[in-house]
Design a protein. Structure first.
Length: 399
């Protein structure tokens, strides 16, 4: 194997299609930023279902136009099918040969992609990086517990498979990336200490920052005056993001103080519109937009909302939304569900407990000094450049 990453292409591998929620912020912008350091990757995304392939293909042209990254999209065998890992490994090996691609390394997102790539690495001759994104086992276990009896058998089989994938990934990776110290402790026990890296979910400082002129311009366009205190939620209606509880909190705040205004930025606008009580509908504004437009809304707001369930899934997580909120200087309403948020929120000094009394007491900031100070601290923790400095060592191999 060649010991330099400069003269051979790397491959970023994922078996979840091109998910709209993370592909730009956690894959494409990450790869694009690393090119400045001579680390080159193209993306191979495999879609398990026809629906996943169709939705990914619809977004593909947009991503190709917006990012200087080569992206290929393929179909694959669904992971719930028995022995799918072996069929998909054969597919990967075939495509590498057919496309005449000989990557020096494969950066595999999640334990499933890593397990598949590990079955191919001996033949293809690449180094393997396991990018561990979260506690998929606990997440899927909670889903299985809610399944009908007939479907539960398949679910339990997949749970056993996830354990197997984790074992294969930890035994066969050459490097391991974990989004938090807690996740490294949970999943990285079999990976040698010098091969483990903690890289939290970062945000691009070119896209997420605080600017007083941008704030004033956006607030004016949204119809907010200086007396309005603006709460914002950015995210989907995924159950672990507690959308219903978020709307309930916002509505309760409005019942106590009608100077608040609510912004919701989501790909699921129709669902959120149904959650909003008719009594407070005029105080809510719901928009859908691309990643590059989110910062304008964050600048217009004063307080971000990020609630999570207290469970192992969230304990080990690294929510990119907290990075984006913080780099725009926002105060953030959060509970203590995510260890990394609790630790870094103290450093940034931007955490607020989800208490109605505490939220209402928050005054609009005079000047922008405190907000800019928070944003400057956050960029040192979560900024793409800062994290990519740590990432360089991941793509350097020897032996």
């Amino acid at each position: 194997m060649n010991n330099s990453y400069d003269d051979k292409a790397g491959l970023f591998l994922l078996f979840e299609g091109l998910p709209s929620t993370i592909i730009e912020s956690q894959v494409l912008s990450y790869i694009e930023a690393l090119k400045a350091d001579g680390i080159r990757m193209e993306v191979w995304a495999f879609a398990e279902t026809s629906a996943m392939y169709k939705s990914s293909n619809e977004r593909l042209l947009i991503y190709l136009n917006n990012y200087d990254v080569k992206i290929r999209l393929f179909r694959c065998v669904p992971s719930i099918v028995p022995y799918a890992i072996y069929f998909n490994a054969l597919l990967l090996a075939f495509l590498l040969k057919a496309k005449k691609l000989k990557p020096n390394f494969v950066h595999a997102r999640t334990e499933y992609s890593t397990a598949i790539a590990s079955l191919v690495k001996g033949v293809a001759g690449f180094y393997l990086i396991w990018d561990a994104r979260g506690d998929r086992y606990s997440e899927y276990k909670s889903t299985v517990n809610k399944m009908p009896r007939l479907a539960k058998w398949l679910g339990l089989n997949k749970l056993r498979s996830i354990k197997c994938w984790l074992n294969i990934a930890s035994n066969n990776c050459d490097k391991g990336i974990f989004v938090s110290e807690e996740l490294k402790t949970l999943q990285g026990g079999k990976v040698a200490a010098h091969k483990k890296f903690v890289i939290p979910c970062a945000a691009d400082e070119k896209l997420f920052f605080y600017n007083i002129d941008l704030r004033n311009k956006m607030r004016e366009s949204l119809g907010y005056d200086q007396s309005h205190k603006v709460m914002i939620y950015v995210g989907s209606t995924a159950s672990w993001q507690l959308p219903k509880k978020t709307v309930e909190l916002m509505s309760e705040v409005l019942s106590k103080d009608d100077k608040f205004r609510i912004l919701i930025i989501t790909p699921d606008a129709d669902v959120f519109n149904e959650l909003i009580p008719s009594t407070y509908r005029e105080f809510f504004a719901v928009y859908s937009c691309g990643l590059r437009e989110v910062n304008s809304y964050l600048n217009a707001a004063d307080i971000g909302v990020m609630l999570r369930d207290n469970c192992l899934i969230n304990k080990v997580a690294s929510p990119v939304k907290f990075a984006e909120y913080s780099m725009s200087g926002l105060m953030v309403i959060s509970n203590d569900a995510v260890d990394q948020v609790s630790i870094n929120g103290v450093k940034i000094e931007n955490l607020m407990e989800p208490s109605i009394e505490r939220i209402i007491k928050e005054k609009p900031e005079e000047g922008n000094g405190a907000r800019l100070a928070r944003a400057n601290i956050a960029v040192k923790i979560y900024g793409r450049r800062a994290q990519n400095e740590k990432s360089k060592a991941i793509y350097t191999f020897s032996g």
